[in-house]
Design a protein around this ligand. Structure first.
Ligand code: KDG
Length: 331
């Protein structure tokens, strides 16, 4: 059975994003998943992580996705709605389930992830589902390279959403979010390269840039991706910060150091949320790229200090305090 709660659509939003959200089960202890006795449950999904991050920073976001007509689907819409995300256009499919994913914490480095998402409701997304109302009253579309990897028609659906958004005057951002567990390298490379020309803002990590184009300098990646179409390219450099290329400008931003990294999953989405929160106002501010990179790095740094894919992202006031050089006040 699925929830009878009806969510009201917002007439205007800053950002619309489309993707799969899943239930996330995280072991309460470190060590092999095979022996983990207790789990906490939350939700996850690159695009809904970005939606939550942006909402916390005061932006209005509409999340679109397909979920099962099952209790886990209910949990996802209720959690997103509770965070202030517009879920009124999320679709529930009685024929396919909501996906689940598990993390395994080793005590160092990136957690391992195990997906149970083949045949999920989200993997059935196809171009026939893409509707004009998804984009109504929106300024920007954010998509990732995870959705195209999910099912036979999901890449076509993402392509058609990007084209539709642009034809309606929205700007489009694209984070390749390479997930090697979901598709072959050949398919991933071909599809991701095909989608780059349909975005205005491209957000690869350094490893993803190398996967797509082979080894080059950071400047050469910036130039090559911009020649494919996007006006702005931001390369995430991990512990070296980030570099952005837009117009004639190349801007570098130092990383934000953190005392302890707890969970790296979701850091890229926090980065994207921070970046987009400034990108949306770029026309009013010449120094927007510097500000955007600093905000993005700070968001990423906050996210990695907590378990969970989005829980650590700060509110607007917390972020402003950190950007102004303030410290965490604990007592
Ligand atoms: O970027 C974080 C996401 O990877 C995570 O929340 C789950 O969407 C997800 C995925 O496909 O890995």
């Amino acid at each position: 059975m699925s929830s009878s709660v009806q969510y009201q659509p917002s007439s205007s939003v800053d950002v619309v994003t489309i993707g799969e959200s899943m239930v996330l089960l995280q072991p309460m202890s470190e060590g092999p998943l095979a022996y983990a006795p207790f789990f906490t449950r939350s939700i996850a999904g690159a695009e809904s992580n970005v939606a939550i991050g942006l909402t916390r920073l005061g932006r209005k976001v509409r999340w679109i996705g397909r979920l099962g007509a099952d209790p886990f689907g209910d949990m996802i819409v209720h959690t997103l709605a509770g965070e202030g995300v517009d879920v009124s256009l999320a679709e529930r499919d009685p024929a396919y389930p909501t996906a689940i994913y598990f993390k395994e914490f080793k005590g160092y480095g990136d957690p391992n992830v195990y997906y149970y998402r083949k045949g999920s409701a989200a993997s059935q997304l196809s171009p026939v589902h893409v509707k004009p109302e998804w984009f109504a009253g929106a300024r920007h579309l954010h998509v990732t390279g995870i959705t195209p990897a999910l099912g036979p028609y999901t890449a076509d659906a993402v392509r058609s959403a990007m084209k539709e958004a642009r034809s309606r005057g929205l700007t489009v951002s694209f984070d390749p979010n390479l997930r090697r567990k979901l598709w072959t390298e050949e398919e991933a490379r071909r599809t991701l390269l095909e989608l780059i020309p349909l975005c205005d803002l491209f957000l690869p990590g350094l490893e993803e840039a190398e996967f797509l184009l082979g080894e080059r300098s950071e400047e050469a990646y910036g130039q090559a991706f911009r020649e494919m179409g996007p006006e702005t390219v931001v390369l995430k450099l991990g512990e070296r910060g980030a570099v952005g290329f837009s117009g004639e400008r190349a801007v570098r931003a130092d990383p934000v150091r953190v005392p302890r990294i707890v969970d790296t999953v979701g850091a890229g989405d926090a980065f994207a949320a921070g970046l987009l929160s400034v990108y949306l106002d770029r026309e009013e501010d010449e120094g927007w790229l510097e500000r955007a990179l600093r905000t993005a790095n700070t968001m990423g740094a906050m996210a990695v200090q907590y378990r969970g894919d989005w829980e650590g992202m700060p509110s607007r006031s917390e972020l402003d305090r950190l950007l102004a050089g303030g410290r965490d006040v604990t007592r």
